[in-house]
Design a protein around this ligand. Sequence first.
Ligand SMILES: Cc1cc2nc3c(=O)[nH]c(=O)nc-3n(C[C@H](O)[C@H](O)[C@H](O)COP(=O)(O)OP(=O)(O)OC[C@H]3O[C@@H](n4cnc5c(N)ncnc54)[C@H](O)[C@@H]3O)c2cc1C
Length: 521
Amino acid sequence: MTSFDAIVIGGGHNGLVAAATLAKAGRKVLVLEAAADVGGAARTEEFAPGFRVSSIAHVLNRLHPDVIKTLELEKHGLQVARTDFMPTVALSKDGPPLVLHGAYGEVLTGSTPSEQSAWKELRAQLLRYAGILKLFLSRRPPDLAGMSLKETAALGQIALALKKLGKEDMRDFLRVLLMNVADLLDEQLADIRLKGLLAFDATLGSHLGPRSPTSLLGLYYRLAGETGGAAGAQMLPKGGMGAVITAIRSAAEKAGVTIRTAAPVAKIIVEKGRAVGVALDSGEMLRARTIVSAINPATTMLDLVGPREIDTGFVRKVKNIRMKGDAAKLHLALDRPPQFSGVDAAGHKGRLVIAPSPDHVERAFNPSKYGEFSAEPVMEITLPSLSDPSLAPAGACVLSAVVQYAPYALKEGWDAGKPKFLKAIMTQLGTYAPGIGKSVLHTELLTPADIEARYRMPGGHWHHGELQADQMLMSRPVSGWSGYDTPVEGLFLAGAGSHPGGGVSGAPGLNAAKRIIAMKG
Ligand SMILES: Cc1cc2nc3c(=O)[nH]c(=O)nc-3n(C[C@H](O)[C@H](O)[C@H](O)COP(=O)(O)OP(=O)(O)OC[C@H]3O[C@@H](n4cnc5c(N)ncnc54)[C@H](O)[C@@H]3O)c2cc1C
């Protein structure tokens, strides 16, 4: 029987990044993935005959540069070119859209000159402040209780970056840090289309409305991400998000990682407080010195380890992680490309956002607090087959949209609610792209409950746990255990539920692997 130094549970992108990094550092690594294929929520799949789509995550905007560099992903086929950056189009019912070009609106068109200069100033400020958060992404959050000399030095670098902001900016940074995004936008901008778009981006993937306290943090998190060296830039990978997985998988296999699919882990074996192996659903047992769980932290600790192996305080903290998703995913197979009113050909290849004002986003959010879906949902739409015709039959088109708010625990239940929510979405789409309903050949709507069941993402949550102030940095996944270690010796966490959070970044996987290597695990 082959023995391994490390077993990675979960072959999502973070699990693969962790495995590849460990293997490159000389460890013998096995990845165990429950599904028939690796990639988790970052796969490309066929949803109708001849139509393929990025089945959950569809926009690449935060794959961490250290991940690309460490795994040499460009050598493994990942293509990230500035020419692939796509615009964002803020759609409006009442007139022409507003367009952010380049890397998150280096140029803004469709608005007044005074709004353009207000945006230029706000954009620069947002990027400066997001730059502070960015310093935290590729390292363990500071352990305030017991910092090593190295960690103290790293914190010093962050303090220096803060100081570099200058007195005025630093004061403002601290003033706005925990604000709600709507208030900040009202202070600085006038155009409700631009404000609606930013309100949407700040709250995408979270259980927050733009007027919820701290909602601005979501915008910083987004802008702390980068693509091709440009903060806030976004693209649709050729071949869908699965192409990113293909590159990471290739790097992992080249480094010697063994990958087993259709191998769900049922249990983490703990002996005398130490993780020593795993048991599969099939009953097969495998042992290793280090166990890396790149799946949800609550599933890991409560289901795979079990509460009997951990102290009650820790169990309580894990049980309290909020992770009920609000984002649904819609896929339409269309017999022809749709026409969004007032949008040109370049805009149709971009990210089309329906969030016409912050109030609209807030009103869409409100029902979700009471377990109801939005009557007029907000959404981020892409038409990936326009830039990559291999995704659809000739002349046809794929529409991929993230739609909010669709509460995981819908009061009436999703069996009854899904057809009604789909109707609300199609009505909303038809307002912006008249006649779109007539060209639909096939529809797939994945609610958070569907996402949970199909992709093993508890609550169907974007980040495997809300990414809000109390569940970030030193408090992610739970306070006291933010550095990828767990109370079970030899067991580490490496998925989106860990710092810094979700999105296709690979940062949790890379940071966890670096921690394990530093611990000589
Ligand atoms: C609707 C929606 C839209 C999104 N859109 C975007 C987007 O456009 N851009 C973006 O960057 N991010 C997006 N995200 C977020 C992104 O998809 C996730 O944050 C990211 O994919 C998480 O990666 P991961 O590797 O940590 O976990 P996952 O992708 O969830 O991978 C975990 C893997 O572990 C496997 N697994 C689970 N349990 C077991 C077990 N017991 N044994 C073995 N294997 C197991 C699963 O099958 C899965 O393959 C979106 C999320 C949602 C919900």
